[in-house]
Each structure stands twice: as C-alpha cells, then as structure tokens.
Design a protein around this ligand. Structure first.
Ligand SMILES: Nc1nc2c(c(=O)[nH]1)N[C@H]1C(S)=C(S)[C@@H](COP(=O)(O)O)O[C@H]1N2
Ligand SMILES: [Mo]
Length: 439
C-alpha cells in the first residue's frame, strides 16, 4: 500500500526520479540494461507481478496500475444511477462513468455521466407547457411549448455521443483547473427530438444570423436568479447541422431531471457544454456569442502551444470545436486480475472522433512497441461512437498494460500523453491504458 502511494506520488511530481527508484538508474532515454536491480523488485511489488514487457517500457511512464488517482473513490448516490459512477463534485453535481461501465453499445441512462454547472430547476409537472423561445436574427420569432413542438415537428431518433470538453483533463501535467475527468466524461445514448434546423427554418433565418446562443433554466448555486449558469453557442453552419436535436427523450424515455428534463439541446461532436439542458431559448445573433462560458480561456484551446503551467495569452486561443479522437477499453476493467496460465484476452471498447470518423483502433500490450488492429464496427448514424473488439495472445503470466489508440479518417492518431496544455484543461486525449495481472 505504502509503496504504491509513494511511487505514484513520485511519478506525478518527478517521473525521472521515480524511474531511478523503480529501475535502479538515474536518467536516460532507455531502461535497457538497467533491469533487475533492487528498484525493479520495488516496481514488481507495486504493480503486483513481473512486468513482462519491461524492456520496452518508456522512461518516466507512470505504470497504469499506479496511475489511478487516489481521490477518485467517492461514488454517486442518486436514485436511478449506477452506484459505481464516480462523484467528482457534489454541488454542482458532476459524476463520471468509469470506462468499464461504458461497455454497452448504447449507454444506459443509469450509467450516463452528469455534468451540471449550477442547480437544476425543480422538475416541472407540466412538461408539455414548457416554453422554448427562438428569437434574434429570425423573420418570425417563435415561442413554442414543448407540446406544440412534439405535435408539429418530425421527431427523429439518433444514437449520439455527448462528451464534456474536459474529458481526459486528469491526464494533463501539470494539473489544470476543473473537474478531473479520466475518459468517462462521455456517453452515447439514443436521443429523440426535433431537428434544430427544422425549428430554426420555421422561424426563418435572416442572412444576418451568424452565431447561436443557448440558454437553460438552471440556477446559480448562489440562488441569484439573474446569474446565468452557462450560455454557449456555435456558428450557424454548425447550428444548422441536421444531427443537432431539440430532444425530449433519452433511450426511449422522457429525459431524467439531471439530463435536462423536459427538453434539451444535443449538439454532438463539439463540447458537451453546447448541449444546453432544460432548454429555454435559442437566440440567433449577428456576431459571436459572449455568454457565460464563451471567450477568455473557457472552452478554448491555444493555437500557439504554451509552456505547460505558464500564464495564458488569450489572444492565442480559439473556441474548441470538434472534440478530439479517443478510443477507450471498456472490457476488461482496469486492474483486472486473470487466473494463472490465461493466454488470451478478449477486449472490447468504443472510439469516436468529434466531427470525424474513426478509421482504425489499434492495441498494444508491450508499451507501444507493437500494435494489433481491432475489429471496428461502423457507426449506426453520424456522431454515433464506433464499437471495437480484439483478442490478444499473452506470452506468459505477469503484469501487462494494454493500450488503445484510435486513428481518424484524416490519419490523425491519439498521442501518448496529453498535449497542447491549456489552463482550463480541454482536449486531452492520450491513449487509454489499463493494467492487467495474469496469475
Ligand atoms: N443548462 C445547462 N446545460 C448544460 C450544462 C449546464 O450546466 N447547464 N452543462 C453542460 C455540460 S458542460 C455538459 S458536458 C453536458 C453534460 O450533459 P449530461 O449531464 O446530460 O451528461 O451538459 C451541458 N448542458
Ligand atoms: Mo462539459
């Protein structure tokens, strides 16, 4: 116990020294030739067994078995929610889905992550009377009730991935502000609703409309009703994408209170913060939106790389649009122990790439020295995730790390570590790693 904590802490603060302790050497590009010292014994003890591919382990790498943050032990206790969801914040309520709970093709509502920035409104007992305003740069401003929308609009159902812009944030070094998500600030549910574009067309888009502004009915934890919790928007080309929905059902049921009951936006592929819950208004503007969560370094990433940990120059930031690509291993769970002599491991997972398609998912069990293609399923519809499967042959008992890495249709791959550090920690998408012990 003690040694795990010490090594993990050491890897977080000083990976080179942690290496030296674990592998019995000072620093250098490779561990080859340094194995077998007293340090390797410590490392073996810490990860639970011999590291089968230790020779190809990169210097300074925190072993996956030690990488899990000690603080991620609080669980969400909420009726209707899986008790294994990780509680990241109580108020506002934020809960992450452990990767292994994203093993269903369609994420059940009980396992879907929650990201609130304020306090949700009291659930209404008259959902069909809920009002949604479409105004601003339109020919005929609309005030629709949800009942009217359901009656008038052509409802569609799509499986769409929703992902928090901060997903992966905990992988940044140094640590950034914000909720410390691993890879589970994402979920893929079936959403039913009206196409945003159909509703906007009914209001008549003026040529002057260039940007949207989204509003919800949640309230600031201070209780001040004039304080807006979050109000973000997108350029019109994205707003009018046929995959955006004004949704009133999730997985065939009315929305749950925490997911925006009675109605929300779903803007897939871009930061989840655009998908306003408890939707009250879409305002069409003739210039970029300046609401809460726009500008500065909020939901924005540097176009010129910055020195990690340094002060930001906001001039160098642009809105994060398409989310980065990611492949996760959903089975087996990180830390799984298999019986001695197990020689094959079956893996499953999911991959997605914001506005893009995933071309391939590859797996490595030797710290990236060699890779094997997974079998990748096509998406059900655009902005669905893609499920993958693979089987790896294990050469012996011992400690393994399995890494998954996606490549998108443009040939872009996930990096080994979180890149393009930024003060609020957006866009971290290093490869997913799980620790497996055989025997
Ligand atoms: N009104 C409102 N909508 C919101 C939020 C919020 O705080 N208030 N959070 C946003 C963020 S940051 C994310 S990632 C998604 C999360 O949706 P979920 O809680 O249904 O998973 O909702 C978005 N919609
Ligand atoms: Mo988010």
């Amino acid at each position: 116990m003690r040694i795990e904590r010490t090594l993990r802490e050491l890897y977080e603060s000083d990976p080179e020294r942690a290496d030296a302790v674990a592998f019995g050497r000072r620093t250098g590009p490779s561990r080859r030739g340094f194995l077998g010292g007293i340090g390797l014994t410590a490392m073996r003890a810490a990860v639970g067994g011999p590291i089968v591919f230790a020779a190809s382990m990169p210097a300074g790498l925190i072993p996956a078995a030690l990488a899990q943050e000690g603080k991620r032990t609080r669980r969400l206790q909420l009726p209707g929610k899986d008790p294994s969801l990780i509680l990241l914040s109580e108020r506002p309520l934020v809960a992450e889905t452990p990767e292994a709970l994203l093993d269903d093709d369609t994420t059940p509502t009980s396992r879907f992550f929650i990201r609130n920035n304020g306090d949700p409104p009291e659930p209404t007992d008259q959902p069909d009377a809920w009002k949604i305003t479409i105004d601003g740069e339109v020919n005929r401003p609309l005030e629709l009730t949800l009942g009217e929308l359901k009656a008038k609009a052509r409802a569609v159902t799509r499986r769409l991935l929703l992902e928090c812009a901060g997903n992966g944030r905990s992988f940044f070094v140094p640590r950034t502000e914000g909720e410390q998500w691993a890879n589970g600030g994402a979920g893929c549910a079936e959403w039913t609703g009206a196409r945003v574009a159909d509703v906007i067309r009914a209001a008549g888009l003026k040529p002057s409309a260039s940007f949207s502004a989204h509003y919800g009915a949640d309230v600031d934890p201070s209780g001040d009703p004039t304080k807006i919790v979050l109000s973000r928007g997108v350029p019109i080309r994205k707003l009018m994408d046929e995959n955006n929905l004004i949704a009133w059902q999730m997985n065939g049921q009315p929305l749950e209170p925490m997911h925006g009951f009675p109605v929300r936006l779903i803007v897939p592929g871009w930061p989840g913060s655009l998908s306003a819950k408890w939707l009250t208004r879409i305002w069409l503007r003739d210039k970029p939106h300046d609401g809460v969560g726009m500008g500065g370094t909020s939901y924005r990433v540097p176009v010129k790389p910055m020195l990690p940990g340094s002060a930001a120059n906001e001039q160098n930031f642009v809105d994060l649009e398409s989310m980065p690509l990611r492949a996760i291993i959903t089975h087996p769970a990180d830390g799984t122990r298999l019986s001695a002599s197990t020689r094959e491991i079956k893996l499953r997972g999911a991959a997605w790439a914001g506005d893009y398609a995933v071309r391939s998912v590859d797996l490595s069990m030797d710290f990236g020295a060699s890779w094997q293609h997974a079998t990748l399923s096509p998406p059900k519809n655009r902005y669905d995730w893609q499920r993958w499967m693979a089987a790896l042959k294990l050469p012996s008992d011992g400690y393994f790390e399995i890494w998954s890495r996606a490549t998108d249709q443009r040939g872009i791959m996930q990096p080994h570590v979180a890149g393009n550090w930024n003060p609020q920690g957006y866009g971290a998408n290093p490869m997913h790693r799980i620790a497996i012990l055989v025997g």
